[in-house]
Design a binder for this molecule. Structure first.
Ligand code: ATP
Length: 353
């Protein structure tokens, strides 16, 4: 087991493009750190640098006490699980799983024991003789996991391992990965662009933006206290609503004419953030926001409604209890939960505290 430490880790590609601007980060022993962010923010670059598949331009990478910058991928004691599984098609499940042990010179009997033990841990014991093409997507992903586990690495790296699976299987495998990672206690970095996966798996979570860490924290910290509109819009589904407002001390004036009590002192133009679940339906009143329903999306447990508020170009998304009957054209009154409002700088998008 080991910590993973990044000191000013920087990546400049040969064409001069800076993909990572010097990341500082310490991942605790046994921690599962999830890296999330939009396409092109540098997630894969980061993972490939950790794995040794990409040169480090500047900065240092430590596993435990050892600086591993100069080490080849095979010498880093890291196992990577890819989205395309990267299994050897001509080998059986057992062959795929024992491959790294064979390369390491582990004797046959010890390899067999390790493969069988791992196979029963992840439910592959009956499939050891099959070829990858005779397996479902979920089973292949399990083999890829198994292959990483038998190596008993110090660190697991996951590169969007569930993105080729259907929605139901993703949820199931997500749970399995979480359970296995905790049981094995292996320090892990998990890259995804799926924020639900990120929230549910992570001990801590990084939101990346253009090669920088926008925010690092527990999933609930990022949900409750997003450091910027970028993080606020990325964590939480559906995304946070943003409204422009004028602040004068603790009074916020909205374009629709309503006034709200602000969570912090502010002055001038601000961006107000309200999550869809923090707009509560109330009886008609002057204080409440009067809206008209544009579109209804019943999800079963919840219903999402897209509602029009005066002075607001984009509709607001509101999460209602699924039992509530809503129709397009309905007029409603909503009270924002004043404890859960977020204020941001309108230009830079930084949280006002
Ligand atoms: P995705 O979610 O789409 O996989 P990502 O967050 O993993 O995206 P990276 O693949 O790490 O993003 O790429 C980060 C940035 O670096 C992108 O702007 C990409 O175009 C650029 N990039 C990646 N590889 C190279 C390369 N070999 N040469 C130049 N630029 C590159």
């Amino acid at each position: 087991m080991a910590t993973l430490r990044l000191d000013g880790l920087k990546k400049t590609y040969p064409n001069g493009f800076v993909a990572l601007h010097g990341l500082d980060l310490e991942i605790a022993d046994g921690e599962l750190l999830v890296v999330v962010g939009p396409s092109g923010c540098g997630k894969s670059t980061l993972l490939r640098m950790l794995a040794g598949l990409e040169d480090i331009t500047a900065g240092d990478l430590y596993i435990g006490e050892a600086r591993v910058n100069p080490l080849e991928p095979a010498d880093r004691d890291i196992a990577m699980v890819f989205q395309n599984y990267a299994l050897y098609p001509h080998m059986s499940v057992a062959g795929n799983m024992e491959y790294a042990l064979k390369n390491r010179g582990v004797p046959k009997e010890a390899r067999r024991r390790k493969v069988e033990e791992t196979a029963s841990l992840i439910g592959l014991q009956d499939l050891l003789d099959r070829r990858p093409r005779q397996l479902s997507g979920g089973q292949r992903q399990r083999v890829a996991m198994g292959r990483a586990i038998v190596r008993e690495p110090q660190v697991f790296l996951f590169d969007e391992p569930l993105s080729n699976l259907d929605a139901k299987l993703r949820v199931q495998m997500r749970l399995e990965i979480r359970r296995l990672q905790k049981r094995l206690g292996v320090t892990s970095v998990y890259v995804t662009h799926d924020q639900v996966e990120a929230m549910t798996l992570a001990d801590r979570l990084i939101v990346m933006n253009e090669g920088r860490i926008e925010q690092l924290g527990s999933p609930m910290t990022l949900y409750d206290q997003p450091a910027s509109t970028f993080v606020a819009g990325f964590i939480g589904s559906p995304a946070m609503n943003f409204l422009s407002a004028e602040a004068s001390g603790r009074t916020l004036s909205l374009p629709c004419g309503n006034q709200l009590h602000a969570p912090v002192d502010a002055h001038g133009h601000v961006t107000l953030g309200i999550r869809p679940e923090h707009l509560v339906p109330v009886e008609e009143s002057d204080d409440a926001l009067a809206v008209q329903v544009e579109l209804v999306e019943p999800l079963g447990a919840d219903t999402l409604a897209y509602v029009q508020l005066d002075g607001q170009a984009e509709p607001l998304v509101v999460r209602f209890d699924g039992a509530r009957r809503l129709e397009e054209g309905d007029r409603l009154w909503l009270a924002p939960d004043l404890e859960r409002l977020h204020l941001f700088d309108p230009e830079q998008g930084q949280r006002l505290t």
